[in-house]
Design a protein around this ligand. Structure first.
Ligand code: URA
Length: 270
């Protein structure tokens, strides 16, 4: 897909902003699963900053050799709605922000049509670094970058994730079904420790050049408020524990917790 977006950049947003509503913890669905402590927006932001710091110096794949900037993502760390695109294009690579070209303008327009702004949502990509000449992401690059996206989803805890285009949709559904079959069909998926409403959409860059796709994208977009109004899906209530043979040992992964206050104070990076 051509991600070259030569138009003027959209207005800047801080990399991560807080919602007006919050330093309040978000309401969470009741479930049997032991969940990490309910995080405030400020805690989410601080934890995201730590992931961003790691991503900034990332050399996990070859794209670090050609990138100008790591495009971590931006928006509201406490958002209920998250968008996941493909990869930064030339403008994004230059400015360090996602969706700042023509596709970003279309995203802003469609958001405005449903009464939302960028500051209400969090926008990220499957890859944090631009593939040279806007070529498609390679599987190894997606794999190398996946942990950053997973951390973003785990920390933001969105209710609805809109995947934009094939790459994000295939990655988060762990399935090769294409976007033309899936767009506009919401489903509940377990991503990390939580259930989310996954909502595949056409990529705005593709819709820029194909009127029928734009029409479909707009129609699908118009259903986002309805999905948000449903609230978080029911969360998994049973932890799947592998059956153990005698002598087996298991490693229990530590769930992320809020940073110690003195540590958080050192993270004033944004
Ligand atoms: N296309 C994407 O998928 N992401 C961007 O950030 C810009 C264009």
């Amino acid at each position: 897909m051509d991600r070259e977006d030569p138009g003027p950049a959209s207005p800047f947003y801080p990399v991560i902003v807080l919602a007006n509503t919050a330093n309040q913890p978000r309401a969470r669905p009741s479930s049997g699963i032991p969940s990490p402590a309910v995080r405030s927006a400020a805690e989410r932001r601080e934890l995201l900053k730590a992931v961003y710091e790691e991503a900034r110096g990332c050399v996990r794949c070859q794209l670090h050799q050609t990138r100008t900037t790591v495009v971590f993502g931006n928006g509201n760390a406490n958002a209920d709605l998250m968008f996941v695109g493909e990869a930064p294009g030339a403008n994004e690579d230059r400015l360090g922000l996602p969706f700042v070209g023509q596709a970003g303008k279309l995203l802003d327009k469609l958001l405005a049509e449903i009464g939302l702004e960028r500051k209400d949502v969090f926008v990220a990509n499957t890859l944090k670094c631009r593939p040279p000449d806007n070529r498609d992401p390679h599987p190894g690059e997606i794999e190398a970058c996946n942990e950053y996206l997973r951390s973003q989803v785990d920390l933001i805890e969105p209710t609805v994730i809109c995947t934009l285009g094939n790459f994000a949709t295939k990655l988060l559904r762990a399935d090769s079904t294409g976007i033309s079959r899936l767009h506009g069909r919401e489903e509940v998926r377990i991503i990390g420790p939580r259930a989310v409403r996954l909502y595949p959409l056409y990529h705005p860059a593709a819709a820029l050049y194909t009127p029928s796709m734009l029409e479909a994208l707009r129609a699908d977009f118009n259903r986002i408020p309805e999905l948000l109004a449903l609230g978080p899906p029911e969360q998994p209530s049973v932890l799947e524990v592998p059956e153990l043979e005698e002598g087996d040992s298991i490693v229990v992964e530590q769930l992320p917790t809020s940073p110690e206050p003195e540590h958080a104070a050192q993270l004033g990076l944004f």
